[in-house]
Design a protein. Structure first.
Length: 170
């Protein structure tokens, strides 16, 4: 009986330590950006970097939202116009925009073409918002800022694994 109590105490202490470690990590920040005329957030652990769009090589017989292929530091990335893919806007014209490069651990060289970056946003300054119906499977959460703007948090891992995203051909 004493051993069972010891195990229970150990589990309680471990749970307390895990909660303390999670709260000790400090404020969490996410990258804010605009795509399709809407405000988005993405966890910094889900992207590798943000780059200015290099020259894009057009791909024949591709979906209108597939912007082309770009070479970034010698690696080829398939570039998807995020606003056009989500049917929020027309594809961005050639010109200055940014690419969010998906983290390499997702196993795809995917880049998301966005309108512009807005810098880091502290999550503690945002309030959770109810998700619209139907909710997109690659939106992790919705937030409302102190300025009353709504932010959608993009889950890049789910997006780049979605069959609709991977089927860029017509």
């Amino acid at each position: 009986m004493k051993d069972k109590q010891s195990l229970r105490d150990f589990q309680t202490q471990l749970a307390d330590k895990l909660r303390a470690a999670q709260s000790a990590t400090g404020p969490s920040s996410k990258l804010g950006f605009v795509a399709g005329g809407r405000n988005w957030l993405v966890s910094l652990e889900q992207i590798n970097e943000v780059v200015t769009v290099p020259d894009l090589i057009a791909v024949p017989w591709a979906q209108p939202w597939f912007s082309g292929v770009a070479s970034v530091r010698g690696a080829l990335f398939g570039c998807t116009d995020l606003g056009a893919f989500l049917k929020l806007s027309e594809a961005l014209p050639q010109g200055e925009a940014h690419l969010l490069l998906a983290h390499p651990r997702f196993g795809v060289n995917a880049a998301l073409r966005i309108d512009r970056t807005l810098g880091l946003r502290a999550v503690e300054g945002l309030r959770p918002e109810t998700a619209p119906v139907p909710a997109s499977p690659w939106v992790a959460a919705y937030w409302r800022g102190l300025d009353d703007q709504v932010w959608a948090e993009l889950n890049v891992e789910k997006l780049v694994a979605a069959p609709a995203f991977l089927e860029a051909g017509l």
